[in-house]
Design a protein around this ligand. Sequence first.
Ligand code: NAD
Length: 390
Amino acid sequence: MKDKNEPLFPERRKFIKGVSLALGTTALGIPLLSLSACQSGNADSAAQEEGANQGNTQKKKLGLALVGLGGYSSGQLAPALQETENCYLAGIVTGTPEKAEEWKQKYNIPDKNVYNYENFDQIKDNPDIDIIYVVLPNSMHAEYTIRAAQAGKHVISEKPMATSVEDCQRMIDACNQNNVKLSIGYRLHFEPYNRRVMELGQKQVFGPVKQIKAANGFVANDPEMWRLDKELAGGGPLMDMGIYCVQGACYTTGETPVAVTAKFGKVTRPDVFDEVEESIDWMMEFPNGAAADCTTSYNKNEGMLRGEAENGWWELNPAYSYSGIDGETSEGDMDYPHVNQQALQMDDFADCILNNRQTIVPGEMGLRDVRILMAIYEAARTGKTVQIQS
Ligand code: NAD
């Protein structure tokens, strides 16, 4: 077996170009099985992609507006938008006038590109805004994605895509009806260590995958946070952190699980966890016979993804963080560049729009994952094995 651990991305710029040029067919040699496993018939045709990739070399920066200026927008997305090549921070949508003032100054955003939740729909008349990125609490993703689509704007929704399968479908339908593209903020599809895991698993570099282990969590200390509010979050750590384990297992195998079993963990802080679960363990069975043992918690700081195949293994730890991802395989340390994941993710979506090609992280993938999350909750509630329809 060769090249199990050779650096794929010698330096960042090359990687950006690799993403821009190669996605849509195979990215950096990785078959995008995880995409085909969740694509609906309505995705852009391969012929369209092919033609667009060949013909269009124009370079235009698209304008992006962030909806919701909380921790992720201010800590990660806005800084990343200072590094992007295909899009820039053109506008903001916020319910807090003081934040609007601060952001206008900091990022040089003109008054005409500042909206609140009431006048948001007027954004349809603003030619500066091409992409709307919804970074609100989970249960609000559906409403703002649909309103953005109705305004004729392309949309990125943060994960989890929504708090119900029905909402996910409504989001996809609204984007299709308004002829705009929809993507989910799955940044790790643009991160070299996680991409290598996709390759090791999907290409069976160490033989068929037998077992996956995934864990993700943090200690939730603020009882006031929306993440503990069932209405806004849709659930507890499974919706917020466990989704990374679901994603990790799916992109390791390139498949969608066929069945799940699950168990809620013990509640150690009943005063804090009176609406959502404190922790949950679950097992997913994949069609090729692989099994994924997963755990997520709001009571433990962790984040790992391990794959065991017939002839070797790999493990990322930390696996899902914004920086500092590290890993090894049965053949030695992994050594890949550390990239700005959010910049690559947003640049790739802008490139999809500019070159009319399908994103590798589409709404259909978000819907697939929410369907899995709902099956996990049902399995934990009933104590039964729940089958998943793909
Ligand atoms: P946050 O609490 O820091 O920010 C939420 C924002 O929504 C705030 O600006 C708040 O003012 C606004 N908001 C509007 N209406 C609200 C309401 N009714 N209740 C509460 N807040 C309201 O949250 P965050 O960490 O920025 O998360 C936002 C979204 O981004 C979530 O869906 C989360 O899952 C996702 N996220 C993704 C990543 C990632 O790595 N992809 C990382 C962090 C968060």
